[in-house]
Design a protein around this ligand. Sequence first.
Ligand code: PHE
Length: 345
Amino acid sequence: MLLERIEALKAQIAELQANNEEALEALRIKYLSKKGEVTALFNEFRNVPAEQKREFGQRLNELKTLATEKINALRDSCKAGESKAAKIDITRPAAAEEIGTRHPLTLVRKEIIRIFERLGFTLADGPEVEDDLHVFTSLNFAADHPARDMQDTFFIASDENDVTRNIVLRSHTSSVQSRVMLSSQPPIRIICPGRVYRNEAITARAHCFFHQIEGLYIDKNVSFADLKQVLLYFAKELFGPETKIRLRPSYFPFTEPSAEMDVSCMLCSGKGCSFCKNTGWVEILGCGMVDPNVLDACGIDNKEYTGYAFGVGVERITNLKYMVKDLRMFSENDVRFLREFETAH
Ligand code: PHE
């Protein structure tokens, strides 16, 4: 016990600082005066068993010498006018600030944007709280289309008698596509990154919000072949030059024909593995030629112009690139997860 207290005091005294005479005197009183802490230990010395007196005596003397020398040294430096402030070594390198890392979804979003920017696409933006017109009606969703149903869409204000007056959280970034078409004329070549919302239970594989990047190109003579070429370029840039793509017929209200695109599995290079369920392919996006009804509803002459659109899920691509197994990781802000992307870019 006593030995520990001696050592603790030693450590304390070694660290002492004093800027001026008053502070120094206060330290002297605290440790070395009649009621000081060092003196108090000397008073306890008489209780130490005889056979230990030698060792304790030695330690106590060391402590006293240390305290006296320290206080003398501090006095010298005070006298020389060397305050603590003056002793700061301004040449010492600063301790490194810990800086944050970019979120994996940001990394992937930027990477996707950069690929399309190289092809001449420009960025477009729109609100997350949208009206039915931009999310559904102008995109050729029939009034009774199931995607308007409460199961998918979060309604902020709804009017049962007139669905076109409903205010919703956008369920896809295609709403930006209709905004741009309604307010400008071709040529239009845009990508719209953004957050979208769907009323789904949160699990490892589904979330009530996620991120999409929608692409839209409208001009004279735009064909399905153009779409395919652009998507092939995109897939190779994103997953490597060996990547193959495959388009499967699909359905979206706003595109005709519509397709879903798969890329050759990046883990097994298309040979088949558990990741791609032995198919050799993984799905990455939806696409198609803009339905003439959509062009018409948005004030674009569908006899003069044609266009294609595609929509990519940012989480989906991030999962494929970085093998993130649980969607919830993206919004939990667990730094152990986020740090894994420190060196990603
Ligand atoms: N908006 C579609 C979705 O959310 C994706 C898509 C965009 C499909 C553009 C075709 C064309 O699933």
